[in-house]
Design a binder for this molecule. Structure first.
Ligand code: ATP
Length: 298
């Protein structure tokens, strides 16, 4: 087991950040930790990387206890914090060599991580001259210097443009071929693009933990986007048969999730007609992670 979290709780004063959360991550998994702002993602990552301590519960990384074996945990982990601190005046190679010294790893490893993270064309530049995407690569390269078993990445693609985003996602996926990766994000597409599994957290509690394959193979779930001819009350929507969850997209537009083994479009049509409502448009959508995220966290 790479990561084992058991009943971890953390409060900041009266603010409950994590409320007895538990999960395990197997070696080699790429797991997305998804949740809205303030859900507790960074807090858990800081506990796993030994930056802060939990009040209750146990967490093991690579078999080492974060409270009592912090040094061993740190050796097992490569961490990319949300706000990746970099020395902008240092050259890329110089910065990595400096960190190699801190980690007490062979300087040769600097060239390996430069290669691995695609930094070679920019390695001669000062960090301050790099684009945000390349700065993220420097952060990843630093996290990989001591060749850790587990990578913990806190919102690794925040602020990147679409091209940089794809590049960094591909890079993480590639690194994940022989490492365990635990990454936080509030971008659903990120999880779809990179991860094997998603853990969704809301207000410090886990509300879903599924393999992505399982999520997409739940055949009885149907998502229908519908537009009525006037604004309808939520109470009315709740009367729809086999309705699992719903989301008001805009005034007269709703996203409805049904759990049924028949096409719910005709049932919805009948329901509208019986109640004197007109349907202006209706579309069956693929079940995507975005809908699941809303279903779980709203
Ligand atoms: N040092 C702190 N002191 C007080 N409260 C804190 C502190 N750090 C976090 N919190 C609170 O704990 C809760 C969880 O915060 P956390 O940063 O872990 O969430 P997050 O899921 O990482 O959010 P984001 O996606 O916005 O980064 C929030 O309500 C936050 O305000």
């Amino acid at each position: 087991m790479s990561i084992e979290v058991q009943n971890i709780s953390k409060n900041y004063g009266t603010q409950k950040a994590l409320n007895s959360i538990s999960f395990t991550i197997q070696k080699g998994e790429i797991v997305g930790f998804l949740g809205p702002n303030g859900a507790g993602k960074s807090t858990l990552m800081k506990i796993l990387t030994t930056y802060i301590e939990a009040e209750n519960g146990t967490a093991l990384v690579n078999g080492f206890n974060v409270k009592t074996q912090a040094k061993e945990v740190q050796k097992s982990i490569g961490y990319l914090p949300e706000h990746n601190p970099l020395y902008l005046d240092l050259y890329v190679r110089e910065y990595l060599a400096f960190n190699a010294d801190v980690y007490k790893v062979d300087k040769k490893r600097t060239d390996e991580v430069i290669q691995l993270t695609g930094l070679l064309p920019e390695a001669h530049k000062k960090i301050g001259q790099l684009s945000k995407g390349y700065r993220q690569r420097v952060g990843l390269a630093t996290a990989l210097l001591h060749n850790p078993e587990v990578l913990i990445l806190d919102e690794p693609t925040t602020g990147l443009d679409p091209n940089q985003l794809t590049e960094i996602r591909d890079l993480i996926k590639n690194i994940g071929k022989d490492k365990t990766v635990f990454l936080s994000t509030h971008i659903m597409q990120e999880v779809e693009a990179i991860c094997d599994r998603v853990i969704i957290i809301k207000k410090g509690e886990i509300v879903a933990d599924n393999k992505l394959q399982q999520i997409f193979s739940n055949e009885n779930d149907q998502i229908i986007e519908v537009e009525f001819d006037f604004k309808i009350e939520e109470e009315f929507i709740k009367r729809l048969p086999d309705l699992k969850s719903f989301h008001n997209i805009h005034d007269t537009q709703w996203e409805l999730v049904f759990n049924a083994n028949k096409d719910m479009r005709s049932a919805l049509f009948d329901f509208a007609q019986e109640n004197g409502i007109k349907i202006l448009s209706m579309q069956l959508k693929n079940k995507n992670l975005e809908a699941i995220f809303r279903e779980k966290t709203l």
